[in-house]
Design a protein around this ligand. Structure first.
Ligand SMILES: Nc1ncnc2c1ncn2[C@@H]1O[C@H](COP(=O)(O)OP(=O)(O)OP(=O)(O)O)[C@@H](O)[C@H]1O
Ligand SMILES: [Mg+2]
Length: 202
């Protein structure tokens, strides 16, 4: 079969195949970026079913199963019935996504052995801190990743603040402060989790 192809045609065929592969790879990259952004917009089922506290416990448990020792301090009073209503869906998703991305980065990049996750709230705000004892990094260097960018965007959308404290060899701390936003009575969602039961949501 190959004998039938004129020698001059071979480089042309290779060239057009290379071009076809380049186009296919570019298309795949675009599709992948689209899928990632769709996934980022999806709300994890555990949030509605179990509430933020249990959903974060689930994240920590998954990180532990990959060898990271995660200590957890999550105190969201509404889930113990101590506040008037559940946080808005967007605030809950933002809390969850920040913790998720910070823990993912810890596992992917830091080589840390331990990490801690703290989520606390008072009447005015929710404060998140995720720390690790890993390699740290230069926060002024850009590398094309989307995770930190996404965190900044989510926090900005809620007029919150985000600080990433890190330096090579000194671990990383991601801190966010988000103003409390609660659902009005008519917005209240049904949730089957322990928090919902405790706060009287049905
Ligand atoms: N906890 C961390 N420890 C060490 N380095 C980190 C940590 N978090 C982020 N980095 C560094 O910052 C870079 C940017 O992180 P970012 O989450 O934006 O992108 P990514 O994780 O590389 O890719 P993506 O999140 O898009 O999958 C990482 O590539 C890594 O070099
Ligand atoms: Mg990342």
């Amino acid at each position: 079969m190959l004998n039938e192809i004129a020698p001059a045609a071979v480089p042309v065929a290779v060239e057009s195949m290379t071009e076809a592969i380049r186009v296919a790879v570019a298309q795949l990259e675009t599709d992948l970026a689209r899928v990632r952004s769709l996934i980022a917009d999806l709300r994890p089922v555990t949030l509605d079913e179990l509430g933020v506290e249990a959903a974060i416990e689930d994240l920590a448990e998954r990180a532990r199963s990959h060898g990271l020792a995660v200590s957890l301090g999550v105190d969201l009073a509404y889930e113990q019935g101590g506040a008037p209503g559940r946080h808005t869906s967007e605030l809950e998703t933002t809390i969850y996504r920040i913790v998720q991305e910070a823990l993912t980065n810890t596992q992917k990049h830091s080589g840390a052995r331990t990490a801690s996750v703290n989520v606390e709230q008072d009447q005015a705000a929710v404060r998140i801190a995720v720390r690790d004892d890993g390699s740290g990094f230069d926060t002024t260097a850009t590398n094309g990743g989307l995770g930190l960018l996404g965190m900044h965007e989510r926090v900005e959308r809620l007029d919150g603040t985000l600080h990433i404290q890190s330096a090579p060899g000194q671990g990383t701390t991601v801190r966010a402060r988000l103003s409390a936003r609660r659902e009005t009575r008519t917005q209240q969602r049904s949730a089957a989790g322990p928090g919902a039961a405790a706060s009287g949501c049905q």
